[in-house]
Design a protein around this ligand. Structure first.
Ligand SMILES: [Zn+2]
Length: 370
């Protein structure tokens, strides 16, 4: 680990100059990303309207055919009755002709059928303006919630040959699946941090019993072991990336991160080198916060909104620097569930361990919703 940190630091210094250029590009990319999203949403809405129109046309066609058949059957019955009663063949054929015309005119009068011709409502661009979370200041929005944010590190089988610390940071895939299954069967909604706080910022109603799943460090076993289970139960999660570690054997590659980002996973920053931010001088602190944010944004082509302080080290100076680096908030390793605009840069989380049974897990997440 120390060797890896050294490697990462060396790599960071080397890339200092390259980063300066990259920042400029990253800002450009962020703007392009927002513009691109808007165009994409407009296109999606137009596509949906066309699909709706086609579906409506198909339904009306079916209703018309069913109505015609139904009417014909009914009237055929009348005709048969007419034959028996009057026994006048000429009259019967005359009536049948007359009735057939009637049936057709009935269908034309069918309001459902006529609806086909109604103009489709065209959504104006002002109506679908996407909500821009990057412009939100969560500290200025009054809110106070009970929210369980769960903290995970490694999702892999417990290896007794590993250090005690590593084992304590590990949850086996079996235990993890048991927990995800329990959440989905007990009415909880997992969300990314951005999903949750976008709803708060927009003043929108929150889903039932939100739970936020967070994974620190960006280990490769998140991609290999956690994501398949999360996908199986349609769960959402946020992973905090150490930008300088991406691509190392134990960590995810940018390709893996991009793949998961496209699936709806959120990526936050966990600094460039997992340094103790409290111990850093101003310029280095700024670099750890900003460079990691910009690099992840550049690689995924989307915004990085939240920070996770490495090893939970932070103070008011670190908070200020995080705010200045344009993050919306940050998570710590402290335990609790109260989150408000007053502590958005020092949010609590619950550490989930392999040793905790499902009852203890249930008790932990249930606390917020008693
Ligand atoms: Zn960490």
């Amino acid at each position: 680990m120390i060797l890896m940190k050294k490697k990462v630091l060396k790599k960071t210094n080397k890339n200092k100059i390259a980063f300066a250029k990259m920042h400029k590009k990253a800002r450009k990319n962020a703007t392009a990303f927002i513009d691109k999203s808007k165009t994409k949403i407009n296109k999606e809405i137009a596509k949906r309207n066309v699909a709706k129109k086609t579906a409506k046309g198909k339904t009306n066609k079916r209703v018309f055919i069913e109505n015609s058949t139904g009417n014909l059957l009914v009237w055929s019955g009348y005709i048969g009755l007419g034959i028996l009663i009057t026994a006048v063949l000429v009259l019967v054929s005359g009536s049948a002709k007359n009735l057939k015309t009637k049936a057709a005119s009935n269908d034309n009068a069918n309001p459902q059928f006529q609806e086909k011709e109604k103009p489709v409502h065209i959504v104006k661009s002002t109506e679908i303006e996407p909500f821009d979370f990057t412009k939100v200041d969560l500290e200025k929005i009054e809110f106070n919630k009970k929210l369980p944010i769960l903290m995970y590190h490694y999702i892999e089988p417990i290896d007794p040959s590993q250090s005690r610390l590593r084992q304590n940071l590990t949850v086996s895939p079996e235990k993890f699946e048991e927990q995800m299954k329990w959440l989905s069967e007990n009415g909880f909604t997992t969300m990314t941090l951005t999903d949750y706080f976008s709803k708060i910022a927009e003043g929108k109603e929150l889903p039932a019993k939100p739970v936020l799943l967070t994974f620190d460090d960006g280990y490769r076993n998140f991609y290999l072991n956690a994501a398949p289970i999360l996908n199986k139960y349609s769960q959402k999660a946020t992973t905090f990336i150490i930008s300088g570690s991406v691509g190392y054997p134990a960590y995810m590659t940018w390709d893996m991160i991009r793949e998961l980002y496209k699936q709806g996973y959120e990526f936050g920053s966990h600094s460039v080198s997992h340094a103790n931010l409290k111990s850093l001088k101003e310029s280095k602190l700024e670099e750890e916060l900003q460079d990691s944010k910009w690099e992840i944004e550049k690689e995924i082509g989307g915004p990085v909104n939240f920070m996770c302080y490495p090893s939970g080290f932070f103070d008011s100076r670190v908070i200020n620097a995080t705010r200045t680096a344009q993050y919306k908030g940050a998570v710590t390793t402290g335990s609790g569930m109260d989150v408000s605009n007053k502590n958005i840069f020092e949010m609590y989380r619950y550490r989930i361990s392999d040793g905790m049974g499902i009852d203890r897990f249930a008790w932990t997440v249930n606390q917020a919703y008693q």
